[in-house]
Write a protein that binds this ligand. Structure first.
Ligand code: PLP
Length: 396
């Protein structure tokens, strides 16, 4: 028996791999602080859970319309119009089993074999594999810590070829936490608008974990509503990862195509999650804001701790719950005679010697860096920073 070529060439998720190593260590009775997962450590706000419970009691237990229940599509369109200045109506909205499925629907709907998809690196791990599954060719454009990990419009313009079909980026970004400003996004939009066949997918799943006062969506630039797919969801901002609910806004023709794909793969998203999501969008901004403030405090703690560790370079991330230090200066150093040949080696050493799990940057298209998730308590974060500092200071 054999697997398909499509599957043989697919990479395992590095984030999940690191989380598994951390769990194995814990199961063996060893101490572990896991800073590897992309998931808020908060529980879903109680009132949202109650809304789901009410929905179950009211009998919302059946299949749902493929693109989402009308009340949720309306509520999302309203959110996009008022908060993001995106002119979407319910027909432009597709609700899916997580933002991940929205991205897969878009790639399967837009990409032909051989089409190029530009990924702004560092990027979220799954983009590469989803693009490949759809037959596309991922093209990475990179930016480093010195430019806040943000690719410029000029870099983008230089990378576009007649095969480029789609650009994908996230802001706030996983793994860097960087947030593009309105000015930067307007410059990028200018490049997209010059090419009539080009679309851009703006992954805004961390929108509500944003320490900038304002948030700007690239689809709000004049003319970009026809060229943008805006992806968002409930997993991060509302601490609802397990509910599996994401959504996108896109031009009518593409929204209809995505619903067609989803209709064959999974049908409509969970019935009572969708009912609770209507409640969340309309009633839970206070809890969302409280969680954001906790994240902001932790971010300050982590950035200040990391800046005191020699050999690590950090930016000041304005969103999400990640910090992405550059650690290339540690490569070539050694620990008890063991030479570090890569930042990956440093991450393994950190887990083995100090019990701190982080994710190596290679999977995010940035092998000189590693990702710390600060979805953990301040106490755990302080301990992890001390342990990391001890390890780095003991390198020869
Ligand atoms: C940038 C980014 N986009 C999308 C997702 C997927 O979110 P969901 O849980 O809604 O599928 C994640 C989750 O880690 C993410 O970090």
């Amino acid at each position: 028996m054999r697997l398909s070529e499509r599957l043989e060439s697919m990479e395992e998720s590095a984030t999940l791999l690191m989380a598994q190593l951390a769990r194995d260590r814990k199961a063996a009775g060893k101490d572990v602080i896991s800073l590897s997962l992309g998931e808020p450590d908060f529980d879903t706000p109680e009132s949202i859970k109650e809304a789901a419970w009410r929905a179950l009691q009211d009998g919302h237990t059946k299949y749902t319309p493929v693109p989402g229940i009308p009340a949720l599509r309306e509520a999302i369109a309203e959110k996009f119009r008022t908060e993001n200045k995106l002119p979407y109506r319910a027909e432009n909205i597709v609700v899916s089993n997580g933002a991940k499925q929205c991205i897969a629907n878009v790639c399967l709907s837009l990409i032909n074999p051989g089409d190029e998809v530009i990924l702004l690196a560092p990027y979220w791990v799954s983009y590469v594999e989803i693009v490949r599954l759809a037959g596309g060719v991922p093209v990475e454009l990179s930016a480093g810590v010195e430019t806040d990990y943000k690719v410029t419009a000029e870099q983008l313009a230089d990378a576009i070829t007649d095969k480029t079909r789609l650009i994908i980026f996230s802001s706030p970004c996983n793994p860097t936490g960087s947030v593009f400003t309105e000015q930067e996004l307007r410059a990028i939009a200018g490049v997209v608008l010059e090419d009539p066949d080009l679309m851009i997918l703006s992954d805004e799943i961390y929108e509500y974990i944003n320490f900038h006062r304002d948030y700007f969506s690239i689809g709000a630039v004049e003319g970009m509503e026809k060229r943008t797919i805006t992806v968002n969801g409930f997993s991060k901002g509302f601490a609802m990862t397990g509910w599996r609910l994401g959504y996108m806004g896109a031009p009518d023709w593409l929204a209809a195509a995505c619903a067609k794909v989803q209709g064959q793969f999974t049908s409509g998203a969970n019935s009572f999650s969708q009912q609770a999501a209507v409640f969340a969008l309309e009633n839970s901004k206070k809890e969302v804001g409280e969680m954001r403030e906790v994240f902001r405090k932790r971010k300050d703690l982590v950035v200040s701790g990391l800046s005191q560790i020699p050999g690590l370079k950090v930016n000041d991330p304005m969103g999400a719950f990640y910090v992405f230090p550059e650690a290339v200066d540690l490569v070539g150093k050694s620990y008890n005679g063991r030479i570090l040949n890569s930042v990956d080696d440093f991450c393994m050493l950190l887990l083995e010697e100090k019990g701190v799990a982080v994710v190596p940057g290679a999977a995010f298209g940035a092998p000189n860096c590693f990702r710390i998730s600060y979805a953990a308590s301040e106490e755990e974060l302080s301990r992890a920073l001390d342990l990391m500092g001890d390890l780095v200071n003991s390198l020869d």
